[in-house]
Design a protein around this ligand. Structure first.
Ligand SMILES: Cc1cc2nc3c(=O)[nH]c(=O)nc-3n(C[C@H](O)[C@H](O)[C@H](O)COP(=O)(O)OP(=O)(O)OC[C@H]3O[C@@H](n4cnc5c(N)ncnc54)[C@H](O)[C@@H]3O)c2cc1C
Ligand SMILES: *[C@@H]1O[C@H](CO)[C@@H](O)[C@H](O)[C@H]1NC(C)=O
Ligand SMILES: *[C@@H]1O[C@H](CO)[C@@H](O)[C@H](O)[C@H]1NC(C)=O
Ligand SMILES: *[C@@H]1O[C@H](CO)[C@@H](O)[C@H](O)[C@H]1NC(C)=O
Ligand SMILES: *[C@@H]1O[C@H](CO)[C@@H](O)[C@H](O)[C@H]1NC(C)=O
Ligand SMILES: *[C@@H]1O[C@H](CO)[C@@H](O)[C@H](O)[C@H]1NC(C)=O
Length: 534
């Protein structure tokens, strides 16, 4: 009796401890492998975190931007590795392969579906977190900068402005985006109408491939260099740095935000905006942020449309352009704030007025929320009746954001196949629909359903065949890869063509060439093109 009870006990104990034992075991094996595959005698134990380490959770959560993927029920990695050098990443790729541990790579953690730090299907997995790989060197004479992927776009803007007030870089408006994922998927911001995307302005890159080799543009070849500038992160290798071309900005720029509610004629003004926003002077970018607000009559909610703008010039010239092209908005001199480019990036990231630009070095967004989002591209204006139907749906959600971002200008001059990002000529504006919430106890399904409802409602009014979508606003509703046999055709029809149009084929061709065994896999990674289609 006694002995069988103790054997049951020890079996129970064994079962209880097994996950832990496996994880510790893995940690030791990983450390040994790193040392064996590294020239220096670097103490890797100081940059590898297992769940039994007290810093594990804070590091895991540090850059996780969508709080949906931070809940206890969400899968967690077995290890987090925070390399300090490229050679550390090379060793990590080799060892993940050897020990058959799935690898996720994270730069800024802003992935809409948490793919850089959550793996639902593939376990165990390790996160290679590049937050410490973030040096930036700006060379004004060469009109360029090398930026490591763990740096944020805000840090890059700040470092450029330290050296020159008349240079800038055209990437995201939110200032905490990791340069790794951000540039990989395109990177648009308030200067896209004049200079295109961040990815359009990359001239060289460093990447670690599936064999652990460190390559630059020359050694990776033009196919792979093409694929990583817009083909999205996590499919081809680990990018460690970009060389970007700087663009010129005037010493005085102007920003404004003008809000119109339904009671102030928002629908007609927005209809007009849709007709002209992509045709305005390239120096002028006016996006529209649509949210709910309290109406003046008590207890009623209304729609508020905020025209949030950057003009690459002074207020006098801006007012002339607005008077000529968009008088309906009624922009006045007192709405205009003249400032310099670096302060305009702080303004467009929604930090309060007069926040010093040093806030860009804090690597944080103004707010962290739970959210689910989708995106669309519009080629024609939505009729006023369609906008009115949209208002009704927006009013059903507590904290919705719908944003219209104008294209045109430089965006329509670049060919669809120049880089993998295909949404160019003929696009008037991009639309983002986001349901946001602040409480972990909220009913997630309710908010997710709202995004599906608004997406369904919008179908008649947006791009078709394919219905285009921005890959950096990743949406797993569109479909996910099967682990064992990712189908190129299925991926293409569900999400590939929406994100990349006909570039999807070439992306899969490059994938087959550089990673035929699909080591760099995630729910929407590019599948290798099947042999018979090459
Ligand atoms: C609040 C917010 C605001 C945003 N604003 C904008 C905006 O203004 N303009 C815009 O264009 N986009 C915007 N985005 C979208 C943003 O560009 C993408 O989420 C982008 O992928 C973020 O990059 P990251 O490095 O922060 O993300 P991560 O979550 O770290 O990575 C995203 C994907 O890329 C992969 N990846 C990361 N680093 C590397 C690397 N070094 N090599 C290879 N693959 C890598 C990851 O595995 C993951 O699949 C916004 C997102 C959020 C959450
Ligand atoms: C946690 O891990 C880090 C990095 O490996 C290490 O420096 C630190 O000492 C660990 N903390 C504890 C409490 O073991
Ligand atoms: C975690 O487990 C590993 C076992 O390999 C051990 O070396 C390390 O000291 C443990 N850390 C803590 C904080 O218990
Ligand atoms: C709108 O009204 C509600 C209820 O009166 C209030 O709780 C909320 O703070 C108001 N919101 C704004 C933006 O004023
Ligand atoms: C930029 O903002 C800072 C902080 O508010 C301010 O001190 C500085 O004068 C601003 N620069 C310009 C050109 O407006
Ligand atoms: C993978 O899919 C292809 C095409 O659908 C099929 O021909 C092949 O048999 C599949 N392989 C496996 C292992 O299922």
């Amino acid at each position: 009796m006694v002995s069988s009870r103790s054997s049951i006990l020890s079996m129970l104990l064994f079962l209880l401890l097994t996950p832990f034992v496996v994880s510790l075991h893995l940690q030791d094996r990983f450390l040994k492998c790193l040392s064996r595959n590294s020239e220096s005698s670097f103490p890797f134990s100081t940059v590898l975190y297992a769940p039994n380490n007290s810093s594990f959770n804070s590091i895991l959560l540090s850059t996780a931007q969508n709080l949906r993927f931070t809940l206890p029920s969400v899968p967690k990695p077995e290890l987090i590795f925070t390399p300090l050098k490229e050679s550390h990443i090379q060793a990590a790729v080799i060892c993940s392969k050897k020990l058959e541990i799935h690898l996720r790579v994270r730069s800024g953690g802003h992935d809409y579906e948490g793919l850089s730090y959550v793996s639902e299907i593939e376990r165990p997995y390790i996160i290679v977190d590049l937050a410490k790989l973030r040096s930036i060197s700006v060379d004004i004479e060469d009109n360029s900068a090398w930026v490591q992927v763990g740096a944020t776009n805000g840090e890059l803007y700040y470092r450029i402005s330290e050296k020159s007030k008349t240079h800038g870089f055209p990437a995201g408006t939110c200032s905490s985006l990791g340069m790794g994922g951000h540039i990989s998927g395109g990177a648009y911001g308030a200067m896209l109408r004049k200079y295109g995307l961040g990815a359009d302005n990359v001239v060289d890159a460093h990447i670690i491939d599936v064999h652990g080799r460190l390559l630059d543009r020359k050694s990776m070849g033009e196919d792979l260099f093409w694929a990583i500038r817009g083909g999205a992160g996590g499919s081809f290798g680990i990018v460690t740095a970009w060389k970007v071309k700087l663009v010129s900005v005037p010493s005085t720029v102007t920003v404004f935000t003008v809000t119109k509610t339904l009671e102030q004629g928002a629908t007609k003004i927005l209809y007009r905006w849709q007709e002209i926003a992509d045709k305005l002077d390239e120096d002028l970018f006016i996006r529209v942020l649509i949210q709910t607000a309290n109406a003046t009559s008590q207890g009623k909610r209304t729609i508020a449309t905020s025209y949030n703008a950057l003009f690459l010039g002074d207020a006098t010239r801006l007012l002339q352009i607005m008077h000529h092209s968009f008088p309906e908005l009624g922009l006045a001199r007192q709405d205009c704030i003249e400032t310099d480019w670096i302060n305009s990036t702080v303004y467009l990231a929604f930090f309060p007025n007069n926040t010093p630009p040093e806030v860009l070095l804090q690597r944080r967004n103004i707010v962290k929320l739970f959210f689910k989002a989708k995106s669309d591209y519009a080629k024609e204006p939505l009729p006023e009746t369609a906008l009115e139907g949209l208002w009704d749906i927006i009013l059903e959600e507590e904290l919705p954001t719908v944003a219209f971002t104008p294209y045109g200008g430089k965006m329509s001059e670049i060919s669809e196949s120049q880089i993998p990002f295909p949404h160019r000529k003929g696009i008037r504006f991009m639309i983002l629909y986001s349901a946001n919430w602040q409480d972990a106890k909220e009913n997630v399904a309710k908010h997710v359903d709202w995004t599906r409802k608004v997406y369904k409602y919008m179908q008649p009014y947006v791009s078709k065949h394919p219905r285009e979508t921005y890959v950096n606003y990743r949406d797993l509703d569109l479909g996910i890869n099967k682990r064992t046999n990712t189908s190129f055709t299925e991926a293409g029809t569900s999400w590939g063509l929406k994100y990349f149009k006909n570039n999807f084929h070439r992306l899969a061709f490059v994938k087959a060439k550089v990673d035929p065994d699909d080591f760099f896999w995630h729910e929407q990674s590019i599948p290798p093109l099947p042999f018979h289609m090459r």
